[in-house]
Structures are given as C-alpha cells and as structure tokens.
Design a binder for this molecule. Structure first.
Ligand code: NAD
Length: 265
C-alpha cells in the first residue's frame, strides 16, 4: 500500500516514516511538513534518521492524498480536520492519531468516514486499548461507592490536557457505568473545591521531562483501591499501531473505525 505521512518532521511523523520504511506490504509515497518549514524539500528518510528514501518532504497535503492509498496524520486538530476533507475528496483512507480534537473536528472525521475508511484513535497501542476494555468492565462491575480518577503524565512538550488517552479512558469508565462523561467529568481542581461529588470521574495531569505516556485509572472506595495502569516507554508502539491500522484499511468499506476494530478487541 502507498502510505503518505502528514507532519513527517514531527516526533511521531519521523517514527512513522522510519517504521513504514521497514514494514513489508507498504511503501512511502510522500510526506508533508508545515508550509515554510526548513524541512521542506528534504528527504523524508534523512529527516527520520534512516537514510535516503528518495522521497522529498512536500507542503501540499492535496498532492499527498492524491498519490497515497492511505494517509497517516499525527499533527494538530486543525490539520486533521482539513485532512478529513481531503481524504473524502481524493478517496484516500485516513488514519488519525492526533489528539485534542474538538467535537466538531471529530464530526468532520466521522463525515469523511461516510465516504472512505477513517481510523481515529487517541492511542494506537495494544496495551492502552486493552486497558480501556478493562476499565469499561471494572466500571460496569463497581457502583458509585467507588470514585473513579484518571491520572496521566506526559513529556514537557505535550500541548493538550488531559491527554486524549486519559479522556478516552474516562469515556470507557463512563460507558461501563452507564453515564455521560460530559456531565460527570471533573477535569481540573484548584482552591476550595468542596468535597468530591459522588459519581464524578476526576482527571489529574502531570507534565515533565521526556515521559512518553503513563496512564492509570483508580477505583477508590472506603478501605480499598483498585488501580489499572499502562506505561509507554517508546513512542514506536503508537507508530506501529498506526501502521497496522493503515494496512488494515486495505479493502475496507467506508466507515469511522477505532483501534478496537483494527485489533479485533
Ligand atoms: P510534534 O509537534 O512533534 O509533531 C507534529 C508535527 O506536525 C510538527 O512537525 C508540525 O510542524 C506538523 N504539522 C502541523 N500542522 C501541519 C500541517 N498542516 N501540515 C503538515 N505538517 C503539519 O507532535 P507529536 O509528539 O508528533 O504529536 C502529534 C500529535 O499526535 C499530538 O496530537 C499527540 O498528542 C498525538 N499522539 C497520538 C498518539 C496516538 O497513539 N494516537 C501517540 C503519540 C502522539
């Protein structure tokens, strides 16, 4: 399959290029960088540190979509939204790992999913997708006597909070409990907050250093506490997951898919 990488000079973009270059069943048809970027025109393999691949980083997302069978996006919410339109226009499958999307931007992805296969997952790792299943089951088994808190830590460069994965774990807990996360999320606490509201799902965010991604979901009641946790030490798990999703779209009909679909969970 011909694979295009949007944002190929980013942290994830470089790892996607590196891993795609050594994965059988696919070849890189292009990569884009932000317009005016100093990486523009440079070889995408050299940018990724894997040697020359003979593909230059471009600035035209439309060209990228025109030449690829599937495009992978780990960029910004605004770019992901534009890419959803391009995927539909050029009949190119799309895999989006970008986090921090507003509801309207998720809707744009779902709209594109009416015309082409679109896989969207705020976390592409097998471990986190299993964690999400476990969280849903545990939340289903425990009642509101158990307070649910979602903790996450990421590197100092991360721009959105709580992480997309933390929010997805909150969604999984809410689904298990049969409630709406929007109505019960406590995303920030500061000052005199008063006692914890029964049934709320709390979030806590830590930022620092080079932490790739750590998430835990705590179920706490009087006298006992259950914690489910996942720690990522290498962002290649996300890149491999995204590549797996990209290859999985081959022959799939239009649809708005998740990593649970890709992994058959
Ligand atoms: P990064 O800032 O290192 O990389 C993003 C790159 O996208 C930058 O190089 C930027 O210049 C480029 N970019 C932005 N707009 C563009 C456009 N219109 N065209 C081309 N390039 C454009 O960030 P990162 O650490 O690689 O993370 C990127 C996103 O992926 C974030 O939202 C992050 O939270 C998410 N992420 C998701 C997963 C997952 O498993 N789903 C894992 C890790 C990171």
């Amino acid at each position: 399959m011909g694979i295009g990488i949007v944002g190929c000079a980013g942290r994830m973009g470089k790892r996607l290029v590196a891993i795609a270059s050594e994965t059988s069943g696919c070849h890189l048809t292009g990569g884009t960088v932000r317009s005016g970027s100093e990486a523009s025109g440079r070889d995408i393999g050299e940018l990724a540190g894997v040697g020359r691949l003979g593909v230059a980083a471009g600035e035209s997302a439309a060209d990228l979509f025109r030449h690829a069978d599937v495009v992978i996006d780990f960029t910004t919410p605004a770019a992901a939204e534009e890419n959803a339109d391009l995927a539909a226009t050029h009949a190119t499958a799309l895999v989006v790992g970008t986090t921090g999307l507003a509801e309207s931007q998720k809707t744009a992805l779902a709209e594109a999913g009416r015309k082409v296969p679109v896989v969207y997952a705020p976390n592409m790792s097998l471990g986190v997708n299993l964690l999400s299943l476990l969280v849903e089951r545990v939340a289903e088994a425990l009642d509101e006597d158990f307070d649910i808190e979602v903790l996450e830590m990421h590197h100092r460069h991360k721009v959105d909070a709580p992480s997309g994965t933390a929010l997805a774990l909150g969604e999984a807990a809410a689904r298990g409990r049969g409630i709406d996360l929007e109505q019960h999320a406590q995303r920030v606490r500061d000052g005199v907050t008063g006692p914890r509201k029964r049934g709320d799902i709390g979030f806590a965010t830590l930022r620092g250093g080079d932490v790739v991604g750590e998430h835990s979901v705590v179920f706490a009641t009087t006298g006992e506490r259950l914690e489910l946790a996942h720690k990522s030490s290498d962002r290649d798990i996300f890149a491999r997951g995204a590549l797996k999703a990209a290859l999985w779209t081959k022959g799939k009909g239009a649809g708005f898919y998740s990593m649970r679909d890709v992994l058959g969970l």
